[in-house]
Design a binder for this molecule. Structure first.
Ligand code: FES
Ligand SMILES: [Fe+2]
Length: 336
């Protein structure tokens, strides 16, 4: 793992839903690191998933008295990765010097979060505000995607593929409109506000959306693709998708999706719109997978980047650690 991993390691990243981590240990993968998660009283522990004795995965073991026990010879490790017991060993032989790397982990907003670089100063875990807003009804979707982080971020945030990949559902080729896109580079994100697109010409927008005032697409470091749709009363739909790399070309997605409660409760909106969103997601996963296969067959990427690609250059700069905040806000016209 090397692509953008420095920036990613410094941040809290979601690795599973809270409900997936029960009494048994759970194996997850994050930025090429194999990790075992387990509940340790009120805390969450995250250790490298390899017993230092004979390298058996600890995730195959069990939890005893807040320690994880290896299934092979029964060594026990506490939540900080320190060995507390080596059954059958001479009691005078100390085992506390046998250690496994431990990572920071916590539970928040229905997700378990891990931070790989414990030395970094950015220590605040901030779930998206709408996830905890009582005026919204929120769901978390998880799925896996084959593709690189930047290619998937671009797919989530850029509208120019929607006429083809989601033809009829999100937009269609006929009835394109000229739209003003206002691009604002900031220190931790790039935002694009699309003005005067009162609705998209696909069936999702036609049947399920109020009159749209504007929409905002943001890339937020290190791996969040966020959409916000606004009507005359403010935001009515928001999604914050965390695209978390397991490897360079495999992503775990955690999408926090919120509908504003109104005379129709938000949970009902989820029920009605979910089948359409699932189709859109399936279509995106398919195109990203075949894109990655092609890139792999040719031994790497060889892209043409045009002025229509509004997001990608800024995503790349932010992920490379560049400060884009001095770039002034600007507007451009696009034909969506
Ligand atoms: S391999 Fe884990 S205790 Fe021996
Ligand atoms: Fe898409």
């Amino acid at each position: 793992m090397n692509l953008y991993s420095e920036v990613l390691k410094m941040n809290w990243l979601p690795v599973c839903k809270s409900c997936e981590l029960k009494k048994k240990p759970l194996h997850i993968k994050l930025l090429d690191e194999e990790i075992v998660l387990f509940r340790n009283g009120q805390n969450i522990s995250a250790l490298r998933d390899r017993c230092p004795h004979r390298n058996v995965p600890l995730s195959k073991g069990r939890i005893i008295n807040n320690c994880i026990q290896c299934p092979y010879h029964g060594w026990k490790f506490d939540g900080l990765g320190i060995c507390r017991e080596t059954p059958g060993a001479n009691p005078v032989e100390p085992c506390q010097s046998y250690k496994i790397p431990a990572f920071k982990a916590q539970e928040e907003a229905g997700l378990i979060w891990v931070k790989l670089d414990s030395t970094s100063v950015t220590d605040i875990l901030k779930p998206p505000v709408h996830a905890l807003n009582k005026d919204f009804s929120t769901q978390i979707w998880t799925t896996s995607i084959k593709g690189s982080l930047i290619n998937a971020l671009e797919n989530f945030l850029d509208g120019t593929h929607t006429h083809f990949v989601h033809s009829g559902l999100v937009r269609s080729e006929k009835d394109r409109k000229t739209i003003t896109a206002e691009i604002t580079p900031r220190a931790d994100r790039v935002e694009i506000i699309y003005k005067n697109e009162s609705s998209q010409n696909g069936i999702i927008s036609k049947f399920f959306e109020p009159e749209r005032y504007e929409s905002k697409a943001s890339f937020i470091t290190p791996c969040i693709a966020e959409l916000e749709y606004t009507d005359k009363n403010g935001a009515y739909f928001m999604v914050s998708a965390y695209l978390v790399p397991e490897t360079n070309t495999e992503l775990k997605v955690f999408a926090i999706i919120s509908h504003r409660n109104s005379f129709i409760p938000g949970f009902l909106k989820h029920m009605v719109i979910n089948p359409f969103f699932r189709t859109v997601l399936r279509q995106d996963k398919k195109i990203l997978g075949i894109q990655q296969d092609c890139i792999d067959r040719f031994g790497g990427e060889n892209f043409i980047v045009t002025k229509q690609d509004l997001m990608r250059p800024y995503i790349h700069k932010l992920l490379s650690g560049e400060d884009i905040s001095p770039i002034p806000k600007f507007s451009t016209l696009i034909y969506l």
